[in-house]
Design a protein around this ligand. Structure first.
Ligand code: PMT
Length: 420
């Protein structure tokens, strides 16, 4: 802890803050202060209209860094090229994001420094919109927001409230502390955008299907059977495959984390829906089953099951769910060339994973210990063992992103060469 009890949650993080031209720009001064007291390095870029609302000197004083505003400044380019400015950040934050700035970003325009940086960056952008409510609700703005989201952008707000123009509704920029919380949540995940798809990367030309997260098996309209999977490991695998150049279909159970950028994400709830979505995404070169699929389901009651008031409790009759991994492996020539499963174990991790490899007929199993105290369910790190017919490769405990990258390297090695 430092700075009067504020935790240094952003220590060492580099943020590029693009300030658009709106009355909410004054709130971004406080945002810089809050980010700095949490340990972040903040570089500010202002649009020409932002400078009509707040002086560049105010941002320079609060950030302790030079403020950038000119795409064509020879001095700035020599000191820090605009590509470097966009790439050195861990996250790009746009606050306030005006309707005009959103539109330019959605169209991929590069007509000033701010829009050029949004186009050149290899990191995700977090937009904090601020505008009149009609401008926010206008179909054109909503189309632009949907386009940006599909491209991997994140959003915080806008909030409902009184506007500077006297109207009331959605359009107020989120408060600085709300934006700080969104930045912390974004940085807790991988913020790198995948390399432009196509021709580059060891999985270029390949289609990979990844399952992730838990499944929810309804008991009645209000209750369900679930497990502790957060989706972090499966989403990291999907993101790593995309960075390696693959086309990725991620079939995700209900997870509270953002869809990875550059990946087509299909959201499902139950194991049977997950099985269906995986089948629908075929053909694929690779299947990776990282989801914690419920082995069992119940026939859900149409109405909420009532208390029995001292009588015998209701019995849940369980039926077995389809085994998606075994089905993919069982397709042989008609299925993915490489089928990878995960094994979540609480004892004899490698022995049980070997059994699963044989029983399910897949090529590789990533075994991990999910016993209480390991923090693997829901945590950011994992300690995994790659189990195959060739033996066991135990990887050091590392971030789920690093586990995913090791797995992708192994997948690429096994597939060899280019796409078929
Ligand atoms: O989501 P996180 O919080 O990041 O946690 C990550 C994780 C622990 C969930 C992940 O690393 C992991 O181990 N995923 C597999 C969890 C699991 O269900 O393991 P299992 O041993 O029960 O199943 C073995 C394999 O069969 C898995 O690939 C699973 O996806 C698959 N399976 C299981 C049952 C079923 N009906 N269909 C399946 O495809």
């Amino acid at each position: 802890m430092g700075n009067g009890g504020v935790s240094e949650s952003l220590s060492g993080k580099r943020l590029l803050l693009i300030v658009g031209g709106g009355i909410a720009a004054y709130k971004s001064l406080d945002l810089v202060r809050r980010l700095k007291e949490r340990g972040a390095v903040v570089r500010v870029v202002m649009t020409s209209s932002a400078k009509k609302f707040v002086a560049a000197l105010s941002f320079a004083s609060l950030s302790g860094e030079k403020v950038y505003d000119d795409l064509f400044s020879p001095a700035d380019e020599q000191e820090m090229g605009h590509i470097q400015l966009s790439r050195e950040a861990d996250l790009v934050v746009v606050a306030p994001a005006t309707a005009h700035l959103l539109a330019r970003a959605a169209l991929g325009l590069a007509d000033d420094l701010a829009s050029t940086l949004l186009l050149a960056t290899d990191k995700r952008a977090l937009f904090a919109p601020a505008m009149n409510l009609r401008m926010w609700l206008h179909p054109a703005t909503q189309r632009n927001v949907a386009t940006l989201r599909a491209d991997g952008a994140l959003f915080v707000g806008p909030e409902d409230g009184d506007m500077a123009c006297g109207e009331y509704g959605p359009g107020r920029m989120s408060e600085p502390l709300t934006i700080v919380a969104a930045i912390e949540a974004a940085l807790a995940q991988d913020t790198r955008l995948p390399a432009p798809r196509a021709t580059r990367g060891p999985l270029a030309g390949r289609h990979v299907i990844v399952t992730s997260g838990p499944t929810h098996e309804p008991i009645d309209p209000v209750r369900y059977i679930a497990n502790r999977s957060s989706g972090k490991q499966g989403h990291a695998v999907a993101a790593a495959c995309a960075r390696a150049g693959a086309r990725v279909t991620l079939v995700s159970g209900p997870a509270q984390i953002a869809d990875p950028p550059g990946v087509e994400t299909v959201h499902v709830e139950t194991a049977r829906q997950m099985a269906q979505a995986v089948e629908a995404a075929l053909p694929a070169d690779v299947f990776v089953g990282a989801a914690a699929v419920a082995d069992w389901r119940v026939e859900p009651a149409a109405d909420k099951i009532k208390k029995t008031n001292g009588g015998p409790p209701p019995a849940l009759a369980l039926a077995e769910n389809p085994d998606i991994l075994a089905r993919m492996a069982g397709r042989g020539e008609n299925g993915p060339a490489l089928v990878v499963g995960f094994a979540a174990e609480t004892s004899d991790v490698i022995g049980n994973a070997r059994d699963k490899l044989a029983r399910k007929g897949c090529d590789l199993i990533v075994a991990n210990d999910v016993s209480a105290g390991t923090g693997v369910f829901g945590g950011d790190d994992n300690e995994a063992h790659l189990v195959s017919a060739q033996g066991v490769d135990s990887w050091p405990r590392s971030s789920k992103t690093e586990v995913a990258e090791r797995l992708v390297a192994e997948i690429a090695r096994r597939l060899g060469g280019g796409a078929s």
